[in-house]
Write a protein that binds this ligand. Structure first.
Ligand code: MN
Length: 501
C-alpha cells in the first residue's frame, strides 16, 4: 500500500558559465550518467530525475521553487561537478522547503597519472567546487546529509538510499491524517503532547473521533463480509479450535472480524495513514481491537495504543522507510525484564497490538481475557518475533519541541517456551547493555512505547530527524551515561537558542 516509485529525487548539478559551452556539455553528460546510475541502483527505491545543469542564480531559484511545488519531488541531490560560486545559491536555498542531500563525488574515479593535465583538473574539480557549496549550506544552517565517495561505489549508493527512504517517510507525513479514537489514556503523560506543534513542525494532522463513529461502521459490516474475513483468518493463521466455525467462542472471532472490517472501512474512507485506540474508551465495541490493529499495521498503517498518536505516526514513518526491505516494523512496548548472568534482557510486547510483519512463522489466532478495561475477551494473533539486530525508537514532546530517542538492540530467542503468555513478543538485549541503555533512555525521557524495526537503522532515523529538524539521541554500543547526560544538557541549550524562542 506504500508505493515509493511515485516519488522522485531530483539530481541537480551546479556549475558556472566561465567554463564555456563545450565544458558545460561535458558536465551535463557526466551528470546525466550519474543520475541514471543512481536511478537503476537497487539501493534507491524512488525515481531519480536528471535536471539541467544550473549556472545562474535565477535558474537555481527557479529550480528550488519548482521542487517546492512538485508533488512527487521528495528532495534534491546536489553536486558541484565544477566550481559553482555559492552566492548564486543563496536565493534558491533559502526558499527551498524540500530535503537536501549533498553528494560529494567526482565523475572521474582514478587519476590518470600519465595523462593528467590542467584541462582534466579543471573538469574534475568537485574537490573544491563542493567545498564552496558546503560553505553556503553551513552558513545558511541548512540541515542536509553529506555523502562522500565515488558515485559507482555501492556504499555511497546505499547511503543515498537510506536518505531517500527517510525523505520518502517525510513526504508521506506531510498532510498525513491520523485517526484518534477516544482520547489519551487518563493521566498518562508521555502519550500527550502538542498536536498543533506536531502539525506545524512535522506535517501530520491528528483527527479525534468519538468511538461511536467507529462503532457505526463496525455494526454496518455485513455477515457476508464477516464470513469472507473468517475464511482469510483460517487461511492465514493457525486458529485455535474454540474460535473456529462451530467452536464455542466462534462468535468472538466474528466480533473481531467485524471490528476489523469497520476499522478498515473507516480508515479507507477518511484516507488515514495511522490510528490510535484506547482501552479506556471502547463504548459500544465488544472488545479492544487487537487482531484488527495487528493486521492493519501489517498492511502499512501506523498504530499507537492508549491514544499515543506520536508513536502511531512514527510507526507509519518507519513502515514507509522499510518499504520493500526484509524485516518488519511494529508498535512495541518495553514490558518486563529478565535480569540474569547471561545478560539482562527486555521482554517487549503489548496487551495485544504487535505487528505480524515481525513474526517468525505462522501466527496463532487465540482468545484470552484482557484482564484490564472490563470488556469481552479480545482475539489476537500470537507469535515470537524474528531474532537479530533491531532498533526501537520513540518521539516525545519536551514542551516546545520534539525529541527522538532510539536504542539499538539484539533480539534473541526466549530462554524457554512461554506457554502461558497470550501475546506476541520479542526478547532483546539492549546495546550496550540494559543497565546503560535504560539509564540513558530514562534520562532522555523516552517513552515506554516505541516503533520497533529490524530493517530501519539508526542512519535512517538520523536522516529523518535531520530532515524534520528535531533532536536525535542514539543509544548504542558506544553510549556512556555521563556523556549522554551532558549531550542532553547541551542539546537543550542548542534547541532553545536555535529556535530563538
Ligand atoms: Mn501501552
Amino acid at each position: 500500500m506504500i508505493d515509493l516509485k511515485q516519488y522522485e529525487v531530483w539530481f541537480v548539478t551546479g556549475s558556472q558559465h566561465l567554463y564555456g559551452p563545450k565544458t558545460l556539455e561535458t558536465v551535463a553528460e557526466h551528470s546525466r550518467a550519474i543520475a541514471s546510475a543512481l536511478g537503476v541502483s537497487k539501493h534507491l527505491p524512488v525515481q531519480v530525475v536528471f535536471k539541467p545543469v544550473l549556472t545562474t542564480p535565477d535558474a537555481i531559484r527557479e529550480l528550488c521553487l519548482e521542487a517546492n511545488s512538485s508533488k512527487n519531488c521528495i528532495g534534491l541531490v546536489t553536486w558541484m561537478h565544477t566550481f559553482s560560486p555559492a552566492k548564486m545559491w543563496i536565493a534558491g536555498l533559502t526558499l527551498l522547503k524540500k530535503p537536501i542531500l549533498h553528494l560529494h563525488t567526482q565523475y572521474n574515479q582514478e587519476i590518470p597519472w600519465s595523462e593528467i593535465d590542467m584541462d582534466f583538473m579543471n573538469l574534475n574539480q568537485a574537490a573544491h567546487g563542493d567545498r564552496e557549496f558546503g560553505f553556503i549550506g553551513s552558513r545558511l544552517r541548512l540541515n542536509r546529509k553529506v555523502v562522500v565517495g565515488h558515485w559507482s561505489d555501492e556504499t555511497v549508493q546505499a547511503e543515498i538510499g537510506v536518505w531517500v527512504r527517510a525523505a520518502s517517510a517525510w513526504a508521506d507525513w506531510q498532510g498525513a491524517k491520523i485517526a484518534r479514537f477516544g482520547d489519551n489514556m487518563r493521566d498518562v503523560a508521555v502519550t500527550e503532547g502538542d498536536k498543533v506543534e506536531a502539525q506545524i513542525q512535522l506535517g501530520y494532522d491528528v483527527y479525534g473521533y468519538g468511538v461511536g463513529e467507529l462503532v457505526k461502521l463496525v455494526n454496518e459490516a455485513s455477515d457476508a463480509e464477516v464470513d469472507q474475513l473468517i475464511k482469510t483468518y483460517l487461511d492465514e493463521y493457525e486458529v485455535v479450535a474454540e474460535l473456529k466455525p462451530g467452536g464455542a467462542r466462534n462468535s468472538s472471532l466474528r466480533d473481531g472480524a467485524r471490528i476489523e472490517i469497520g476499522l478498515r472501512n473507516f480508515l479507507n474512507a477518511g484516507n488515514f495513514k495511522a490510528f490510535t485506540t484506547t482501552f479506556e474508551d471502547l463504548h459500544g465495541l465488544t472488545q479492544l481491537p487487537g487482531l484488527a490493529a495487528q493486521r492493519l499495521m501489517r498492511d502499512g498503517y501506523g498504530f499507537g495504543a492508549e491514544g499515543d498518536w506520536k508513536t502511531s505516526a512514527l510507526v507509519r514513518a518507519m513502515k514507509v522507510m522499510n518499504q520493500g526491505l526484509e524485516g518488519g516494523v511494529s508498535f512495541m512496548e518495553d514490558y518486563t525484564y529478565h535480569f540474569s548472568a547471561s545478560g539482562d534482557k527486555v521482554l517487549g510486547s503489548h496487551m495485544l497490538e504487535i505487528c505480524e510483519s515481525i513474526a517468525v512463522g505462522k501466527p496463532k489466532l487465540e482468545i484470552h481475557p484482557l484482564s484490564i478495561g472490563g470488556k469481552a475477551d479480545p482475539v489476537r494473533s500470537v507469535f515470537d518475533a524474528n531474532t537479530g539486530p533491531a532498533i526501537g525508537a520513540s518521539i516525545v514532546h519536551m514542551g516546545g519541541r520534539f525529541r527522538m530517542v532510539a536504542n539499538v538492540v539484539d533480539v534473541v530467542p526466549t530462554d524457554e517456551p512461554l506457554p502461558k503468555l497470550p501475546v506476541a513478543r520479542a526478547l532483546w538485549l539492549p546495546r550496550p547493555n540494559l543497565k546503560v541503555a535504560t539509564a540513558a533512555w530514562i534520562h532522555a525521557g523516552g517513552a515506554h512505547h516505541t516503533s520497533f524495526s529490524y530493517s530501519v537503522t539508526a542512519e535512517h532515523l538520523q536522516d529523518f530527524a535531520d530532515i524534520a529538524g528535531i533532536e536525535f539521541l542514539l543509544i548504542d554500543e558506544n553510549t556512556k551515561v555521563q556523556e549522554f547526560k551532558e549531550k542532553l544538557r547541551w542539546n537543550d541549550l542548542y534547541y532553545h537558542l536555535n529556535k530563538g524562542l
